[in-house]
Design a protein around this ligand. Structure first.
Ligand code: ADP
Length: 573
């Protein structure tokens, strides 16, 4: 049965019962009223008339007023005959009165009338008694009737009171529980309401919804699991080691390659804190070490024993951030560490460096002997040279100088690349370094007619430096400045005392360097596009290596068309 019908029936029944109870009570009250009214009308009046007549009997013979009262009451009594035998008794009174009227002297008749009136009174008194009994019975049956109907109504009302709220409340409670279950992702929740009422329909709709959610959830879960497996397979099949960390640096995943190079079992690292593992594992320590200020691409290669040989890996750390659903701010959720195997490149690089070192070393001796021969040829004792020969000689000397510079740079570079720079760091005088460099560039300066201004602070402290290598850097700055300065241009050298130590700067008023290339000119083999291709692009790269190996810093400020200012700083000794 529908809830609506149930409620209607329940409330309707209650209404009906109240109505019945009221009707029964009203009926009984009406009966009681009728009973008492009868007593008053039927009997009390007769008693009154009989009383009036009785009082008038003694005066009937002498008093016409008494006769009048008697007759009036007799007429009223005749019109109020209600009881059995009352008509005869009234008739007897009337007959005896008529006889008395005919024979007023008859002394027996008043007595007979009195007896008749007594009979009349008697009849009515008995009737009153009977009617009172009937009224008492009516009251009793009214009480019983109302009590019975009332009890019945109370029983039904109680049944409704107990059943109706639970009939509606229980399913609602069960529904609430099930909805809470669904909200907590317990999609196996079902409702079991029998019957064809609204709750039955609700239960069937709810169950369909729960079933669909369950199906959706399991299909989604299997899809996610499938995707997870696919991603895992993909990561595992990568030939490069990959390790994933969560925001607390716990290892989330590591592919086979990564597990192999760490030398540990996967079960020993999964879910473990990388920071704790790093205490005993050098590789993991190197992986999670954060190199401040160094981009992942320029961080030094990791040397790891893998594939039965010393291998080189480049580390790339990718921070993973997400924007959580409903939020706007990015949240860091971990990082992925990728190791790129650069061993083949390293091997090629080594081969190249060795080749360059060998070639430049082999070239150095013949070039030196060419220079020696040139010096001998210049000697007047061997024989005078005519002007053309002199010019040719000049050309040969310039070329061999350049060749010697290039081979020197290549040799230096190969030393830098193989990590074989031999530095002789000791407290060195900045003035000595300056003098060394100035002596070396004296000739080219004069040849180009450049006006060089040297500004140096007094009482400069000694610096921690390899004198020759630092002078080499300064010479490189100076030769570059000479090369890019105008004929008879201006150049400035400054040696300044600062918090750090001493700052050496070389400023020219040449063409300057485009901002796009400023950060690249210290890279190996880099030459600004469009510049004279006479050099190797190695001078500044070697300078950077030399200065940084001595704990110093190197840099440039330049404005296109306004000249350049190259500088390096060295710490005080
Ligand atoms: P190179 O041997 O080719 O000069 P360097 O490493 O010394 O190599 O210089 C790299 C590049 O920097 C050069 O190709 C040149 O374009 C630029 N450069 C260096 N010094 C200056 C300077 N004083 N003015 C303008 N450009 C310069």
């Amino acid at each position: 049965m529908k809830i609506k019908t149930k409620l209607r029936l329940g409330l309707g029944l209650l209404f009906l019962m109240i109505l019945t109870l009221a009707l029964i009570a009203a009926r009984h009250v009406y009966i009681l009223k009728e009973d008492t009214k009868n007593i008053l009308a039927d009997n009390y009046n007769t008693l009154d008339y009989a009383q009036q007549m009785l009082l008038a009997v003694d005066g009937l013979n002498v008093d016409s007023a008494a006769r009048k009262i008697f007759e009036q009451n007799l007429i009223k009594q005749k019109g109020n005959v209600t009881e059995k035998g009352e008509a005869q008794a009234t008739q007897r009174v009337a007959d005896h009165y008529e006889l008395l009227k005919a024979d007023p002297q008859d002394s027996k008749l008043p007595g007979m009338i009195r007896k008749d009136l007594a009979d009349l009174t008697q009849i009515n008194m008995r009737a009153i008694q009977n009617k009172s009994d009937v009224a008492v019975n009516s009251v009793r049956s009214a009480i019983i009737g109302i009590a019975l109907t009332g009890t019945f109504c109370i029983l039904i009302a109680l049944t409704l009171l107990v059943n109706l709220p639970s009939n509606i409340g229980n399913p609602i409670r069960e529904l609430t529980e099930s909805i809470k279950g669904i909200a907590a992702k317990n999609y196996s929740q079902r409702l079991h309401f029998s019957g064809k009422n609204e709750f039955g329909e609700l239960a069937s709709s709810f169950n369909t919804m729960a079933e669909k959610l369950e199906e959706y959830d399991s299909s989604n879960l299997s899809k996610i699991l499938m995707e997870k497996k696919r991603t895992e397979a993909l990561i595992n099949n990568m030939h490069e080691p990959v390790i994933g960390l969560d925001e607390n640096k716990h290892i989330l995943f590591a592919n086979d390659e990564a597990v192999r190079i760490t030398g540990m079992a996967l079960s020993d690292i999964l879910g473990k804190s990388a920071v704790e593992l790093a205490v005993h594992n050098d590789l993991i320590r190197a992986l999670i070490r954060e190199e401040q200020g160094i981009s992942p691409f320029t961080s030094p290669a990791l040397k790891i024993y893998a594939n039965d040989k010393e291998s080189y890996f480049e580390k790339e750390v990718v921070d993973i951030t997400i924007v959580p659903t409903g939020e706007r701010v990015k949240k860091y959720i971990g990082q992925v560490i990728l190791l790129k195997n650069i061993t083949p490149f390293k091997e090629l690089d080594f081969a190249k460096t060795n080749f360059i070192a060998t070639v430049s070393h082999e070239l150095k001796t013949p070039i030196s002997s060419i220079k020696m021969s040139l010096q001998l040829l210049e000697n007047q004792r061997i024989g005078a040279l005519n002007p053309e020969q002199q010019q040719l000689m000049e050309g040969i000397r310039e070329d061999s100088d350049r060749l010697l510079k290039i081979t020197g740079e290549l040799l230096n570079m190969s030393q830098v690349e193989t990590g074989n720079i031999q530095l002789n760091i000791q407290p060195s005088s900045p003035y000595a370094i300056l003098q060394y460099a100035l002596d070396a560039v004296k000739l080219p300066l004069e040849q180009k007619g450049i006006d060089l201004t040297v500004q140096n602070d007094h009482d400069l402290p000694d610096v921690k430096a390899d004198l020759e290598k630092t002078a080499w850097v300064l010479i490189n700055f100076l030769t570059n400045a000479i090369r890019y300065s105008q004929q008879e241009g201006k150049m400035f050298i400054a040696l300044q005392n600062n918090d750090y130590g001493v700052k050496f700067s070389v400023r020219d008023e040449g063409k300057g360097i485009d901002s796009r290339y400023r950060s690249k000119i210290f890279d190996r083999y880099f030459q600004v596009p469009g510049s004279a291709k006479t050099g190797t692009g190695l001078g500044l790269a070697i300078s950077k290596e030399f200065i940084e190996a001595q704990g110093g810093a190197i840099g440039v400020t330049s404005e296109i068309g306004m000249g350049s200012n190259f500088y390096f700083e060295l710490t005080r000794a």
